[in-house]
Ligand binder design. Structure first.
Ligand code: AMP
Ligand code: ZN
Length: 120
């Protein structure tokens, strides 16, 4: 928990060891396009520090989580999701999480809105 993991794919992306189609980056946050998009606009925002999911987050992370959330509207708009978007955070087995590094999916775009990430 909290440590960059050698075999965590999103840690490796945030370290630049695996390429991504970058949307945004600062000291704490990285945003990149999903490799298997479920919507015309589909990118994710991750903390650079390794948190598995929201079970791993607490009030010590509220500023980081707020920074991530606070970027979503701007980034969605820049990526062309100007008419609304969904934010999805899959947590743990029941949440059907596949990559155990916290990430916020942003899904939107001009058409098929609502078709992506319909897992519930
Ligand atoms: P989940 O953990 O269920 O939220 O799903 C993980 C998401 O990560 C899926 O939508 C994958 O398409 C995406 N993904 C997995 N590997 C990569 C990668 N190397 N670059 C970009 N997206 C990825
Ligand atoms: Zn990680």
């Amino acid at each position: 928990m909290g440590n960059a993991s050698d075999d965590c794919i999103f840690c490796r992306i945030s370290r630049g060891e695996i390429p991504c189609r970058k949307v945004y980056e600062d000291d704490e946050i990285l945003a990149f396009h999903d490799i298997n998009p479920s919507a015309p606009v589909h990118f994710m925002v991750i903390p650079k520090m390794h948190l598995e999911n929201l079970y791993d987050a607490d009030l010590a992370h509220q500023e980081l989580l707020g920074r991530m959330m606070g970027r979503l509207g701007q980034l969605a708009r820049e990526q062309g999701a100007t008419d609304g978007f969904r934010v999805v955070i899959n947590n743990g087995r029941v949440g059907r999480q596949e990559v155990y590094h916290l990430h916020m999916h942003v899904l939107g775009g001009p058409e098929r809105l609502g078709s992506g990430m319909n897992r519930t």
